[in-house]
Design a protein around this ligand. Sequence first.
Ligand SMILES: *[C@@H]1O[C@H](CO)[C@@H](O)[C@H](O)[C@H]1NC(C)=O
Ligand SMILES: *[C@@H]1O[C@H](CO)[C@@H](O)[C@H](O)[C@H]1NC(C)=O
Length: 248
Amino acid sequence: MLSFLFVPLILGSLAQAASVPAWQAPTAGDVRSPCPILNALANHGLINRNGKDITPAQYTAGLKTIGCDPVLCGALAQAALNVIPNRKNEKGESVFGLDDLRTHLGIEHDASLTRNDYDLDPNHDNYSLNRTLYDQLVSLRDPQTQRLDATSIARARKIRQKDSKDRNPKATLDRKQLALAHGEGAAFLMIMGHQYGYSVPVPYAKGFFVDERLPFEEGWEPSAKPLSFMELGLNVGAVIEKELTLKN
Ligand SMILES: *[C@@H]1O[C@H](CO)[C@@H](O)[C@H](O)[C@H]1NC(C)=O
Ligand SMILES: *[C@@H]1O[C@H](CO)[C@@H](O)[C@H](O)[C@H]1NC(C)=O
C-alpha cells in the first residue's frame, strides 16, 4: 500500500532529473564565475553552457529548476544585474557573462569559503576553486552526521574572516561583503542540504564544489517545495547564531 504512495514521488523526482541536461565540463573559451551554483547551471546547460550572453529570464529559470521560488530567483538575478556592465543582445534584452560576475567587490568578495582573496592570489584570480580551502571546509563537517551544517559554515566563515584580516591588508569585510559571504553559505545549506534539514552530505559538497555539478548521482534533487527568501534568511540566521557562540 505504502509503495503506491511513493510511486508518484519517485516518478516526480526522475522527471525532474530528466529535465536537467547532463553535466559537461567547460571547454576552451567558456567563461565561469566565482559562484559554484551558477557554474553548475552552465555545466548542465540550464543557462548557456559557454557562460556568455545570459538573460535574466534564463538565469531565473535556471535557479527555479534547482528549487528557488520566483521571488528569490528575481532577487538573485537583480543582484547580478546590479554589478554587471549594461549590455544588450540584438533583441534589446540585458545580457551578462558569468565572467562579468568576477568583478572584485561586486559579488566576488574576500574571505570566501573556497576562493582565494583577490589580493592574496598572485595572479589576481577572481573565480577559481582553491582545493586546500575546499578540504578545510569539508574537514569542518559534523563528525557524527558527516554532513556540513550551519556550525560547519560558521566555523569556516570565522577561519576565513580571520585569515583575511591577518594576511590581507586590502581585505574588504564590510556589511555588504559579509552579507554576501553569509548569504552564499546559507544558499549552499539551503539548496544542497534541504533533504537533511539544511545540512549537506560530503559527497554532495564534493560534486558541487569540485565538479560544479548538481549531485543527482549522489542522491540530491531539487527541493519540491520552492525555497524562499525566508528559508535563506533562516539559514543566514543559523550560521550567524553559531558563529557568535564560537570562541576565537
Ligand atoms: C578578473 O581577473 C582577470 C585577470 O586578472 C581580469 O582580466 C578581469 O578583468 C577580471 N574580471 C573582472 C570582472 O574584474
Ligand atoms: C589556497 O589557500 C591557502 C589558504 O589560504 C593558501 O595558503 C594557498 O596558497 C592557496 N593555494 C593556491 C594554489 O592559491
